[in-house]
Design a protein. Structure first.
Length: 90
């Protein structure tokens, strides 16, 4: 029983880590053509979910290529990402 629970938690954790890594890669890929990611990294941990959503929306109107779904993945990632986040800030 404990083994099953342990394995399950490990899997959940692994998929969370994986989801965050792929969101970070998506952000790095779509958010770096016009300006460096430093501009984004400087602000990690300093904005609420609402403000990030507005920022991403504004970037889409600036010309960033993101579907609505990708835009919410990126906004969610930016809200929880820690300063110096791997994949995005290096
Ligand atoms: C098509 C070009 C382009 C792309 C792609 C782009 N940006 Fe921007 N970004 C701009 C321009 C132009 C400015 C300065 C004007 C402004 O703030 O709207 C800017 C400014 C910023 C700023 C500083 C202003 C602020 O709100 O503090 C942040 C943060 C930012 N971008 C984040 C992002 C993120 C996150 C993405 C990916 C979703 C992204 N950018 C993709 C063009 C782009």
């Amino acid at each position: 029983m404990f083994i099953v629970v342990g394995l399950y938690s490990l899997l959940m954790l692994a998929s969370l880590v994986y989801a965050q890594a792929s969101a970070a890669k998506l952000t790095a890929e779509r958010c770096s053509p016009c300006h460096g990611t430093e501009r984004i990294c400087d602000r990690l941990g300093k904005r609420t979910a609402d403000v990030w959503q507005q920022t991403v929306k504004r970037m889409v109107s600036n010309g960033a290529k993101l579907t609505q779904e990708e835009a919410s993945t990126v906004s969610e990632y930016l809200t929880i990402a820690k300063p110096g986040s791997k994949h995005l800030c290096k």
